[in-house]
Write a protein that binds this ligand. Structure first.
Ligand code: SF4
Length: 352
């Protein structure tokens, strides 16, 4: 107990040092910032953040947030499934895996015109980024060609572009970059030691290699995970440590709450307490102060009070629209009403 109290106090000091601008020029915070070791978080340190009294955690997360972002602005992305279902992988949460019997019907790659119509709608609804998702293990070259056209045309409409197409082979990230891709999403999903409980058809290392390819091609990295899959708090902290300790943490960090879909292996998993979810958002904000932390899948099951706590904890990006690939999402009107209640500005996110 004493050890954990000491640990908590130590974490408080680190966070306070980092957030106290008056001491940035001197002491520990300056050293951590100068040496980039501000990004070096041990799992134990992140667990200690989770264990802080809720008000202290929220205060620290909000303070870090205000140092890096406009606190009343939330970036809005729209996600479109451009190729649905029939995936060869076995991700235990995913209704698009061909091997699970779910209500998702396989659909071929969408036509370019239909993608552009959806992108225009997203833009009209205030989205600044348009994400295109395809249920593949990874794109074959013949799959990639039409997607490159989609990216180029969506970019020409004045939207930021994002794609999530699975694992990338050598050279593919460069092609995506040349087409105008701004962000590539590839989630780590969970901590390395829990990963094998969820997915067996690709390794953690495969995922890290794809993220390296994206980074090397100078595309912004979008990588996060899914919470509530039966992992422990240590493993939630382990996921955040993986992300925060990357040489450059992802620019965008989606934190998903497991959406349980009947027919998938994770259906029936014990529900996560939503305060623990808010704590995860806060810990992500503190450990990755300059990243956009995205409140992603699972929002449809959250009361607006919990969503408000997530924004207070430092979430500053959401997916907008009725569907997230294949699962539900609050509709645009509901989101607009919530933003109005909270005084959130969806257009003007800026980093400070
Ligand atoms: S999460 Fe992606 S890779 Fe995994 S089964 Fe679903 S579509 Fe396939």
């Amino acid at each position: 107990m004493l050890e954990s109290t000491n640990k908590s106090t130590a974490i408080n000091s680190i966070v306070e040092a980092v957030i106290d601008t008056s001491c940035i020029k001197s002491n520990l915070a300056a050293e951590k910032l100068a040496s980039s070791s501000v990004n070096r978080w041990s799992v134990a340190e992140i667990v200690a953040l989770f264990e802080l009294p809720f008000s202290d955690l929220m205060y620290q997360a909000q303070t870090v947030h205000r140092l890096h972002f406009d606190p009343n602005a939330v970036q809005v992305s729209t996600l479109l499934s451009i190729k649905t279902g029939g995936c060869s992988e076995d991700c235990g949460y995913c209704p698009q895996a061909a091997r699970y019997h779910t209500e998702v019907e396989s659909e071929p790659l969408m036509r370019l015109e239909d993608v552009l119509t959806a992108a225009q709608e997203a833009k009209d609804n205030g989205a600044s980024r348009f994400c295109m998702g395809a249920a593949w293990r990874g794109p074959k070259q013949r799959d990639l060609e039409p997607v490159l056209k989609m990216i180029a045309e969506v970019k020409a409409m004045g939207l930021e572009t994002c794609a999530t197409l699975g694992m990338l082979k050598e050279g593919q990230a460069e092609q995506l970059k040349d087409a105008g891709l701004d962000y590539y999403n590839h989630n780590l999903d969970t901590a390395p030691e829990f990963y094998g409980e969820v997915i067996t058809t690709r390794t953690y290392q495969d995922r890290l290699e794809t993220l390296d390819r994206v980074r090397d091609a100078d595309i912004n990295v979008c990588a996060g995970g899914i919470i509530g899959m039966g992992e422990s708090r240590n493993q939630r902290a382990g996921l955040l440590a993986q992300l925060a300790n990357m040489e450059r943490p992802p620019e965008s960090v989606p934190i998903n709450l497991l959406t349980q879909v009947e027919g998938t292996p994770l259906h029936g998993t014990e529900e996560l307490d939503l305060i623990e979810f808010v704590r995860t958002i806060a810990a992500a904000r503190i450990t990755m102060p300059s990243s956009y932390v995205r409140l992603s899948a699972g929002r449809q099951s959250m009361h607006e009070g919990i969503q408000a706590l997530c924004f207070l904890a430092g979430a500053n990006s959401i997916f907008y629209g009725e569907k997230l690939l294949t699962t539900g999402n609050p509709d645009a009107v509901t989101d607009k009403n919530l933003f109005a209640k909270l005084g959130i500005n969806q257009a003007g996110v800026s980093q400070v």
